[in-house]
Design a binder for this molecule. Structure first.
Ligand SMILES: N[C@@H](CCC(=O)N[C@@H](CS)C(=O)NCC(=O)O)C(=O)O
Length: 224
């Protein structure tokens, strides 16, 4: 828990999966924090001052320390508040959690959104490519409750904020069943379990409002 004199502030944006995962971590640790909502694509002067390099949310301000980039922030939170560990202790498992988290953000996200919406090689080719990537996660979750084992951890926060509660909503707008139960039974089981976790439920964007905003973003990307 945060000590009394500590100040923890999070600059975020409601539909940002990167912000959502940081909130999950703070809630899991029971750290009190002040949430400052950005209004993207407009950016506050505060955001530009705190994150002049990337100019993106999330930004965590812990007392006089400023952190950006969600994976870095999650690791910082995990090491600063040691209760309810987020990353595995075992060095190999820790490295693997980081590896798969990068895979989600750097490979699944661009193909699962931009390439799909643009569909330059056709929609079927884009779906096949995304499902090929998702198959790796299906194998990874097989036999486990969560990626983190019995409880949610680093990869659950990264993949959970990104896949079921962000990309899947874009796929729904496009009427695509990207993760059908028959093909991805283990991932569907994981998504159902994740949806029951209190802190996850508290952090995911309200669905109807999210879908409405996603439709607008998709239209903007299509016409760009
Ligand atoms: N790699 C960053 C990505 C953060 C990110 O892309 N944030 C988006 C919101 S979802 C943002 O602030 N975008 C503003 C912009 O690109 O100008 C992280 O893990 O935190």
């Amino acid at each position: 828990m945060a000590k009394k004199e500590e100040s923890v502030k999070l600059l975020g944006f409601w539909i940002s999966p990167f912000s959502r995962r940081v909130e999950m971590a703070l809630k899991l640790k029971g750290v009190p924090y002040e949430y400052l909502e950005e209004d993207l694509p407009k950016k506050s002067t505060l955001l530009l001052e705190l994150n002049p390099i990337h100019k993106k949310v999330p930004v965590l301000v812990h007392n006089d320390k400023i952190l950006s980039e969600s994976h870095v922030i999650l690791e910082y939170i995990d090491q600063t508040w040691s209760n309810n560990p987020i990353l595995p202790q075992d060095p190999y498992e820790k490295a693997m959690a980081r590896f798969w988290a990068k895979f989600v953000d750097e490979q699944i996200l661009p193909v699962g959104f931009m390439s799909l919406v643009k569909a330059e090689k056709g929609i079927d080719a884009a779906i096949e490519e995304i499902q090929g990537l998702i198959t790796f996660l299906e194998k990874e979750i097989t036999g486990k409750d969560f990626f983190g084992g019995k409880r949610i951890g680093f990869l659950d926060m990264v993949a959970g904020s990104m896949i079921p509660f962000c990309l899947a909503r874009a796929w729904e707008c496009m009427r695509i069943d990207m993760i059908p139960e028959e093909t991805f039974p283990e991932l569907n089981r994981w998504i159902n379990k994740l949806s029951e976790v209190e802190i996850v439920r508290e952090c995911i964007p309200p669905k109807a409002k999210h879908i409405e905003r996603m439709n607008k973003i998709i239209e903007r990307v299509k016409s760009s």
